[in-house]
Design a protein around this ligand. Structure first.
Ligand code: EPU
Length: 440
């Protein structure tokens, strides 16, 4: 049954919210667990649609997966893999499953993984992944919509990435764990999720150094050196940033718990420029508040430690009601402004000029019927709906459910008036496009 959110906006969010484990970290740890011919446990796993898809991918390869949603932990036993092929039906549902390429190649020395293809936010090429795996000694070809990679053995080398791609850094790092000798990834992505993956790999016996900087060194180890572990993943900085956006946009005051504040420094620096207040309460909590109108600011999305592209859309909703003119430049994806049309329907004044969005702050937004076109565009609509006067109906919720665990409960806990309702069979308009393929 398709669903929609009904949100009555205009309430100041207050209270506290507990942030879940990081989607974009956990999915990669799950893929990396394939390196181990034994079982391991991952803790702090959020209950999200994407995690369920990754469970299916791992099962399709022969891993035994036990997902305990109550305890938020997942046990993966990859001791007996039965396949090295990840099929299109699963990979096309979620691009992060492409990370099994590096793990299968490292473990089995062969892998056949469906090409994830482009997606609604951009072309999303995989040339750096392939170049990196080839540099390690794999023969890689693309045939029938699949990447087919084989190697007699993988040998460490220097892999320079033309840009610090998160996914390519992860695939090469995972594949290099069982390579002979040392691999250096130069111009590596520095996102906290990369450091989390390296910490997980080290916890199972790998030898990875420098993750979180632009140069990562992986000293190859033998399969017999890998061992079981129980590992707790990092908090989701993008979920945290989305709640921060919602709190300040509604001129509220809230404590954001279970975060690493240092992961959000680009965001908190912008918050200060906007006139919001941020107090670090303890190593895992901050308080954010905003009692008055926010100032307009310019934002340029960049690889970490720059402002994250995944928070560009929710912050556009905040700036839509800030005082003055803001310019948002999206430098990571070609097509990540899909929220603009819907925000405009809610009364925002945003003009797109190529990779820039010019946001002229308005006094307030008004509720409307809108549709989420991708995960973070959906987050942008949520924030806009919480600000807006009147009622907003959001459809396309499966996008939002990919990245925000228990979003209704968490927003209600902050005092929002939000409900999730089933869409009646007769409501044809709300159901249009529900079968579109989503991939972010
Ligand atoms: N790129 C290439 N060639 C490559 C790889 C990437 O040209 O071989 C380009 C892409 O087309 C894109 C840019 O480089 O324009 C950045 O891509 P990157 O590889 O860094 O991103 P990703 O690994 O595909 C992850 C997150 C995204 C997040 C980006 C950037 C996961 C599952 N996804 O994607 O998260 O936006 O890093 O931080 O980890 C989201 O959660 O909403 C989301 C899209």
């Amino acid at each position: 049954m398709d669903q929609r959110f009904i949100i009555n906006g205009g309430r100041r969010l207050k209270g506290e919210v507990h942030i879940s484990g990081a989607k974009n970290a956990v999915l990669k740890l799950m893929a990396a667990a394939l390196l181990l011919d034994d079982a391991c446990e991952i803790h702090n796993v959020p209950e999200l649609a994407d995690v369920y898809i990754m469970v299916e991918v791992l099962k399709s390869l022969g891993a035994k997966v036990d997902y305990d949603t109550k305890e938020k932990k997942i046990r993966i036993d990859a001791s007996e893999l039965t396949s090295h092929e990840a099929c299109y039906e699963l990979v096309s549902k979620m691009r992060a499953s492409f990370t099994v390429l590096g793990a299968l190649l490292g473990r089995c020395k062969e892998a056949k993984v469906a090409l994830p293809g482009g997606c609604s936010i951009g072309e999303r090429r995989i040339d750096f992944h392939i170049k990196g795996l080839e540099a390690l000694g794999a023969q890689v070809k693309i045939e029938g919509g699949y990447v087919i990679a084989k190697a007699k053995k993988l040998v460490g080398t220097t892999v320079y990435l033309d840009r610090p791609s998160v996914g390519a850094t992860e695939n090469v790092m995972i594949a290099a764990v069982l390579a002979e000798g040392s691999t250096i990834i130069s111009n590596a992505a520095q996102e906290p999720e990369i450091a989390d993956l390296a910490n997980f790999l080290n916890a199972i016996g790998a030898d990875v150094n420098g993750a979180g900087t632009s140069e990562i060194v992986i000293n190859g180890v033998k399969q017999k050196d890998l061992h079981p572990t129980a590992y707790t993943t990092i908090p989701d900085r993008i979920e945290a940033g989305t709640y921060i956006a919602a709190v300040i946009a509604t001129k509220g005051k809230a404590v954001i718990r279970n975060i690493f504040p240092s992961h959000l420094s680009a965001v908190t620096s912008k918050l200060s420029d906007m006139g919001a207040h941020i107090t670090i309460l303890d190593p895992f909590s901050i308080e954010v508040s905003c009692g008055k109108s926010l100032n307009a600011v310019n934002i340029v999305t960049q690889p970490h430690p720059g402002f994250p592209t995944d928070l560009q859309s929710p912050f556009m909703s905040v700036l839509a009601v800030a005082e003055g003119l803001s310019v948002i430049t999206e430098s990571i994806y070609e097509n990540r402004f899909r929220q603009i049309g819907e925000l405009t329907r809610m009364g925002a004044n945003v003009q797109q000029e190529a990779s820039r969005a010019i946001v002229k702050g308005v006094k307030s937004l008004t509720g409307a019927q809108v549709r989420a076109s991708d995960l973070r565009a959906g987050a942008s609509l949520l924030v806009a709906a919480l600000i807006a006067q009147g009622t907003t109906e959001i459809t396309g919720l499966y996008h939002i459910d990919r990245g925000y665990e228990k979003v209704v409960e968490k927003l209600s806990g902050l005092g929002a008036d939000i409900q999730r309702l089933n869409i009646p069979e007769s409501d044809i308009n709300a159901k249009i496009n529900v079968d579109e393929i989503y991939l972010t």
